[in-house]
Design a protein around this ligand. Structure first.
Ligand code: TYC
Length: 106
């Protein structure tokens, strides 16, 4: 069958929905929390490496967290968010920083 122009068995045209009836996965924010001991440079490094931010965006998010106490690093599926939080905590522990991140429904 011509897949570009789907037809039903009866030969009548099939009207396709612009978006199939597939549930979008729920999304979750990874939220970074401020503390008094983690260095700004380390937070920027985390945002660049784990959250794929540019240097400029990483600096902006870090400063937002530093000023407001918390800030969103990105929206992910629950599994992705969990993995990123675990990476943050592992790297922070390795480097002796108390940096914490949490997951919230987006
Ligand atoms: N408040 C820290 C400082 O002054 C910097 C910091 C920013 C720490 C963001 C954590 O999530 C954080 N060194």
């Amino acid at each position: 069958m011509d897949m570009a122009r789907p037809r039903s068995e009866t030969g009548t045209a099939v009207i396709e929905k612009s978006r199939p009836d597939v549930d979008e996965p729920r999304m979750y924010h990874v939220v970074l929390l401020n503390d008094d001991y983690t260095t700004m440079e380390f937070v920027i490094e985390i945002l660049e490496t784990i959250f794929s931010k540019s240097r400029h965006e990483a600096y902006r998010v870090m400063l937002h967290v530093h000023t407001h106490g918390r800030g969103v690093c990105g929206a992910y599926t629950f599994e992705e968010a969990e993995t990123k939080v675990a990476f943050v905590h592992d790297l922070a522990r390795e480097r002796g920083f108390p940096l914490r991140a949490t997951i919230e429904e987006a």
